[in-house]
Design a binder for this molecule. Structure first.
Ligand code: MG
Length: 421
C-alpha cells in the first residue's frame, strides 16, 4: 500500500495536481515539462523519446526478501512502467515454470509482469532444443532425444523442460522406481507419485531388449533434493558408453584422452549459498556442483570434468537476458526490427557482487550495449565487506538505484517532482 512517504506517490500525486484531467495532457505543461508528460503517457511513444537504456533487476534481496516486497520495490518498477522504460527480472532462482513464478511475482509486487520479462536460472536451456551433435549422423535435434533433468520439487522441472520443447525427459524418480538397486539407500516409494515409465529399459547384462535407455544430455535445472542419488546417477551416465545407462567404458578409469564425457553436463546456477528463511545461508546448487566435482575428482584421480554452468554471472545467461530485453523493448516501444539506434545501456541492479555485479561487469555484449552495475544494500551484501567485484555505484535500495540511473540518463526524478508540482 502506498504511504505519504512513497516516492512514486509523491511523483504521481504531483502529476495529478499539475494536470487534473489527465497526466497525459500535454497542453498544461510548459515546454520544459513536456518530455515528462509525454513519457508518462500510456499511448504510442514518439520515436524521438524512445529511451535507449533499460534495467535488469535481480529479485531476491533487491525486490523481495523471503517473499516479502522490499521497501519501494513496487514503486520503482511501477515508475519505470509509467515512463515506458524497459526492464526485465533476472534471477538465479528456478525450479518452477516461468508462468507460475511470474504470476506469483505479479501478485506479491502488485504489478503486471509478463513471462517475456523474466529470466530464471534454467530459462536459457530453452535455446538448446534445436542443438545437434556433430558426431550424430541422424542430426536429430536435442529436443527429440532423451535428456535427464535433475533438481526441484516433484515433477516441476520435467514440466518446465517440456514447456521448453524437450519431448523425452527422464528424471531420477523414473530411474530409481524402475531400478531401485541402482541406489539402494533411497526409498523408491517417495518418488512414485511423480515417476513415469522409462522410454526404454535400463541395460543389464541379461537384457534381451533391442533398445536401452540412452541419455543425450544431463541438465541440473535446480537444487537436487537427493544429492547422493543424483551424484551416483550422473556419474553412471558420464562413465557409460555414450549415455547408455547400465554400461561402463572399457576402462573404468578414463585416461586423459577420454576424460571428457560424450554426454554433456549442464548446471543452471553456480551460487554456493542462498538466503532462505533460516538465519544462516544455505547451500545452493553451487554446493551440489562442488560436492559432485569433489566425488568425481576422488574417483577419477584428479582428472577434471568440464561441466557447463550457466546462470549469473555467466556470459551465456547475460547474452540470453539481453536478447529477452531487446525483444521486450521492441514489444513495449514498438521499435522496428533493424533499428539502428537500439539498446545502448543496461543497468543491472543486484545485491550479490559475485553474481549480479561480476556478471554485469564482465559481460561482453554482441550488440555493443554497455552494462552498468548497481549494488544495493538490501540483500546479501553489507558495507562491512569490500565487494569482490566493484559496482558502478552502491546505493541503499532499489528505489535509489532507479533514481540514480534515471538521473544519470537525464531523467531526474527530483526534476519530475519539482516540475510537476
Ligand atoms: Mg539476490
Amino acid at each position: 500500500m502506498l504511504t505519504q512517504t512513497d516516492p512514486l506517490l509523491r511523483i504521481l500525486a504531483a502529476a495529478s495536481r499539475s494536470c487534473p484531467r489527465s497526466i497525459v495532457q500535454q497542453s498544461c505543461a510548459p515546454p520544459a515539462r513536456r518530455q515528462w508528460h509525454r513519457s508518462l503517457q500510456t499511448g504510442p511513444v514518439n520515436r524521438s523519446q524512445t529511451p535507449d537504456f533499460a534495467f535488469a533487476f535481480d529479485i531476491d534481496g533487491v525486490l523481495l526478501r523471503s517473499s516479502n516486497p522490499l521497501p519501494h520495490a513496487r514503486q520503482a518498477l511501477t515508475l519505470l512502467q509509467r515512463l515506458r522504460i524497459p526492464f526485465i527480472l533476472l534471477t538465479n532462482g528456478g525450479g518452477r515454470h516461468e508462468r507460475d513464478r511470474v504470476a506469483e511475482l505479479s501478485r506479491l509486487l502488485s504489478i503486471q509482469i509478463s513471462p517475456s520479462m523474466f529470466v530464471q536460472s534454467h530459462t536459457p536451456f530453452a535455446d538448446l532444443i534445436d542443438q545437434t551433435d556433430q558426431h550424430d549422423k541422424t542430426k536429430m535435434p536435442l529436443k527429440d532425444k532423451t535428456v535427464l533433468v535433475c533438481g526441484g520439487d516433484g515433477d516441476d522441472c520435467r514440466q518446465v523442460a517440456e514447456s521448453y520443447g524437450f519431448t523425452s525427459v527422464v528424471t531420477p524418480a523414473d530411474i530409481i522406481t524402475s531400478t531401485p538397486t541402482l541406489w539402494p539407500f533411497t526409498s523408491p516409494q517417495s518418488y512414485t507419485t511423480h515417476a513415469r515409465p522409462l522410454p526404454h529399459p535400463i541395460y543389464n547384462p541379461s537384457s534381451t531388449s533391442p533398445t536401452h535407455l540412452t541419455i543425450s544430455s544431463i541438465f541440473v535445472f535446480a537444487d537436487p533434493r537427493d544429492w547422493a542419488l543424483d551424484t551416483q546417477l550422473i556419474i553412471d551416465i558420464l562413465l557409460s558408453q555414450r549415455g547408455v545407462l547400465g554400461t561402463t567404458r572399457s576402462h573404468s578409469v578414463p585416461t586423459q584422452d577420454h576424460s571428457a564425457s560424450n554426454v554433456p553436463l549442464y548446471f543452471s546456477n553456480p551460487d554456493l549459498h542462498w538466503a532462505s528463511q533460516y538465519h544462516i545461508p544455505r547451500l545452493g546448487q553451487g554446493g551440489f556442483k562442488a560436492a559432485f566435482m569433489g566425488v568425481w575428482k576422488e574417483t577419477h584421480r584428479g582428472i577434471p570434468l568440464e561441466g557447463k554452468t550457466i546462470g549469473k554471472p555467466s556470459q551465456e545467461t547475460y547474452a540470453f537476458a539481453e536478447k529477452r530485453l531487446v525483444k521486450h523493448r521492441r514489444e513495449l516501444l514498438g521499435t522496428p526490427k533493424g533499428e539502428t539506434v537500439g539498446l545502448r545501456k543496461v543497468y543491472m541492479v543486484g545485491d550479490n557482487p559475485l553474481s549480479d555485479i561480476q556478471g554485469g561487469n564482465t559481460y561482453l555484449s554482441p550488440l555493443g550495449s554497455v552494462w552498468n552495475t548497481i549494488l544495493v544494500r538490501t540483500g546479501v551484501y553489507n558495507d562491512r565487506e569490500i565487494p569482490p567485484h566493484k559496482p558502478t555505484v552502491t546505493v541503499d535500495g532499489v528505489w535509489d538505484a532507479v533514481k540514480w540511473a534515471l538521473e544519470r540518463e537525464g531523467w531526474p526524478t527530483d526534476e519530475i517532482e519539482r516540475q510537476l508540482a
